[in-house]
Design a protein around this ligand. Structure first.
Ligand SMILES: Cc1ncc(COP(=O)(O)O)c(C=O)c1O
Length: 364
């Protein structure tokens, strides 16, 4: 096995290490007991995120998963509620079915299109009301995800979100946005983040993804919504004491790292272009809008995602399989241009190595 001399971690934008400025802010944070509502640094972060998102109030939560769970449970507090959401949405696929387990909320999935949207007419057709039939649950919420991670980090436009918001209003429903990477969408679309979420009743914003904080998300919405969210956060065990230590790092992430996202997007495009030159892969470089690149391996009989990930790991390049035929690469601000070049070189070498091992005469 080769000696690994460097690591380029492209598994996710959640792998960043807190910067020196974040660590200093954590060490010096002014803190108090947040369960008593008196942590000044939590208050500062929550106020700032509410302002940036154009909503009345905000609450810090330990994770994006908890932010989404609380939002769905608040909007669907009546037993027998149904939520309409994408079949490839994080809430549906990766959050342990929490909305059903803890909230008894029934998911009604709509197919996510490759651009991350769901067809508006399909959303409207899926809405069910108590007067429809004795047999149906009652739709109370629609969820969108921006950027839509599993569709390749695609951006959902303000216009589309407005249309979904109109449908929601027309039928007396609420609209929640899983905005784990909403700042990526804002930067890529060049639309202020508050405009992107204008139609939403609530948004869960992750600070620990592309913005690089070590932990935490902020849920925003109306004062009434956030008051209910605070009660649920307590019930779920997500209310922490001197949480200002985490909020201080998150505040640095928000102040310093939003502007760096553009560079992540540029590097993602370079990776996608590089991968599209490799004949064993299929990658739609044009669909790379933010910091994620998904590529498909055309023939996985020898070159499987698992094997490619293994060989890359031996070279210090960390990536994750996203299916039995595809791999996901995610950029973040601790990846340099040099790392991007190194990763591309390693990927080419790894493909060559695997093919040569399988059939020594073919790889040359
Ligand atoms: C789109 C999306 N939403 C929500 C989450 C959940 O965030 P967390 O891992 O902080 O629970 C993630 C995590 O990767 C995500 O990608």
């Amino acid at each position: 096995m080769k000696m690994v001399t460097r690591t380029v971690d492209l598994r996710s934008d959640t792998v960043t290490k807190p910067s020196d400025v974040m660590r200093a802010a954590m060490a010096n944070a002014d803190v108090d007991d947040d369960a008593l509502g008196t942590d000044p640094t939590a208050f500062q972060l929550e106020s700032e995120v509410a302002k940036v998102m154009g909503k009345e109030a905000a609450v810090f939560v330990p994770s994006g998963t908890m932010g989404n769970l609380i939002a769905v449970l608040v909007h669907c507090e009546i037993r027998g509620s149904e939520v309409i959401l994408g079949d490839d949405s994080h809430i549906h696929v990766y959050e342990n079915g929490g909305i059903s387990t803890f909230g008894g909320v029934h998911p009604k999935t709509i197919k996510n299109n490759p651009d991350g949207t769901m067809d508006i007419d399909k959303i409207e057709a899926a809405i069910r009301t108590p007067t429809d039939s004795l047999y149906y649950p009652t739709t109370r919420l629609i969820c969108l995800e921006n950027t839509q991670a599993n569709c390749g980090g695609r951006c959902i436009s303000a216009e589309y979100t407005d249309k979904v918001g109109e449908i929601a209003k027309k039928h007396g429903l609420k609209l929640h946005i899983d905005g784990a990477r909403i700042f990526n969408a804002s930067i890529a679309l060049r639309v202020p983040v508050h405009r992107l979420v204008q139609a939403a009743d609530s948004v869960s914003v992750c600070l620990s993804k592309g913005l690089g904080a070590p932990a935490g998300s902020v849920l925003v919405g109306s004062k009434n919504f956030i008051a209910k969210a605070r009660r649920l956060r307590k019930a779920l065990g997500g209310c922490m004491r001197q949480v200002g230590v985490l909020c201080a790092a998150a505040y640095v992430a928000l102040s310093e790292n939003v502007s760096k996202l553009e560079d992540d997007h540029r590097k993602a495009k370079i990776i996608a272009e590089g991968l599209s030159q490799i004949e064993q892969f299929s990658v739609d470089a044009k669909s790379v809008e933010t910091n994620m690149v998904f590529f498909t391996i055309l023939d996985t009989s020898v070159l499987s995602p698992k094997r490619l990930c293994q060989v890359l790991e031996e070279r210090g390049v960390l990536v994750l399989p996203s299916s039995s035929t595809s791999i996901r690469i995610v950029l973040h601000y601790q990846i340099s241009d040099n790392d991007v070049n190194y990763a591309l070189t390693c990927i080419k070498q790894a493909v060559h190595q695997i093919l040569t091992e399988a059939s020594p005469n073919n790889g040359n």
